[in-house]
Structure formats: C-alpha cells, structure tokens
Design a binder for this molecule. Structure first.
Ligand SMILES: *Cc1c(COP(=O)(O)O)cnc(C)c1O
Length: 220
C-alpha cells in the first residue's frame, strides 16, 4: 500500500473511532482531499486508493490540473475551497461540483445569473468568517441571515456552511458557532476541520472535513 493510501485509510479509522467515542451516529463524513500544490501523479495515487472527493483553493491551479483528470475519472467530485472572483465564475461552474466559498452579495448575483439548467448541477455552501478576521474571506456571522435571504431571492440554493478558524484560537468555539448557524438556518452540511483539528470538527458534527497535509504530507 502506498503512503497516501495508508493515510486515507488511517483517517477513516480515526473518524470511526471519534464517532464511537462520542456515541455519535456512524454517519458518513465526507473526506475532501485537499490537493493544492499536489502533482497529478499524487492525485492519481489517491484516486487509485479509492478517494473520490478533492478540494482546490485556487481556480487557476485547478484549471491546469483538473479538466483532464475529470475526463479520465468522471466520478470524481471537486470542491472549490478558496476565494472566488466574479470573473472566474463561469469556468468555476464548469469545473467544480461544490463551491464552498459563496460569501458576498455581488458573488451571489453573478452566480445566480447562470441558468442552472444549462450547467452541470453545482452545490453551494456559504463561507462564514467566524473569527471576524479582516484579511479572511467569508461573510460575518451577523451578516449571514441577510446573505442567505439574498440567495433565496436570487434562486441560488445554499446547502451548507464552511469556515476556517483563526490560527491562534481554539477551533472548537468556531466549530460550535458554525454548527449552530447551520442548524438555525436548516442547512444540512457543515464543512469544517483541517489536518490539525479534524478530530474536534468531527466530534462537533462536521459533515465535510478538508484535509491536505494528513493525506499528501506537508507542502513545501
Ligand atoms: C489548505 C486548506 C485546507 C487543508 O489544510 P491542511 O492543514 O493541509 O489539512 C483546508 N481548507 C482550506 C480552505 C485550505 O485552504
């Protein structure tokens, strides 16, 4: 077994262990393999190990690696987990299956302009800036209701929330806040937890965890 395959298997074992430990329903947590900075052979190693869901944080990089990979592995799903500029919306709707980073009115309006019937089905999450960090994207928690209302008006269906907690803070408060907001707005999906804190995220009800380093090793 390759190390990537072993890492993936180990992560699924950890998820199962955490759910048992917390007496949770053994629900399926979607492991999003974050392949930013990874080569195509590394990605193919993960695919060979059975991994089918991947995440990229830069549209440009994803456009270089993924159109060909998706042609060759049509059942693979790709998530956008980094900032989306409005001038990249069209190509993003053609490439990504889940866009986790809806975060501002202008982006909602541009996304909603594209007729979903003319496109592949795409799932949307709203990114919440739970730490209210100025340099980070994401809607502020206090502006979330208004943004979700706009999405509804514009016909953009939102299925979940996503966050990236501030680096110096305990992630658990941010995970609790995000899970709460999702519940309050009746959104089924919660994307939270990275390599350093995914155990905590799973324990707090993450439906999607986004792991790069734990699968592919550290990015140089
Ligand atoms: C890079 C990245 C991850 C994965 O980070 P690791 O610590 O390598 O697991 C998750 N989410 C986002 C938004 C990222 O940019």
């Amino acid at each position: 077994m390759t190390s990537i395959a072993a890492n993936i298997r180990h992560i699924y074992e950890q998820i199962k262990h955490i759910q048992e430990h917390h007496h949770m329903q053994p629900t399926q947590v979607e492991l999003v393999a974050v392949s930013k900075h990874c080569s195509v052979p590394q990605i193919e190693e993960a695919i060979a190990a059975g991994q089918r869901v991947f995440g990229e944080n830069r549209v440009q990089e994803a456009m270089q690696k993924w159109p060909d990979l998706k042609r060759r592995y049509p059942d693979v799903k790709l998530h956008l987990i980094g900032p989306l500029q409005t001038n990249k919306v069209k190509e993003s709707l053609e490439l990504f299956d889940v866009i986790e980073v809806v975060d501002r009115p202008r982006l909602v309006e541009v996304l909603a302009k594209y007729d979903p019937c003319e496109h592949r089905p795409v799932t949307f999450f709203v990114q919440v800036n739970t730490g209210q960090e100025e340099q980070k994207s994401g809607v502020l928690p206090s502006d979330l209701s208004r943004l979700l209302m706009l999405c509804e008006e514009q016909g953009l269906k939102i299925s979940g929330l996503m966050c990236i907690p501030p680096q110096q803070e305990l992630p658990s408060l941010h995970f609790a806040l995000l899970a709460n907001l999702a519940k309050r707005h009746h959104l089924p999906y919660v994307s939270m937890g990275m390599s350093g804190d995914f155990e905590q995220a799973v324990a707090q009800g993450a439906t999607h965890i986004r792991l790069g380093t734990a699968i592919f090793g550290s990015r140089s």
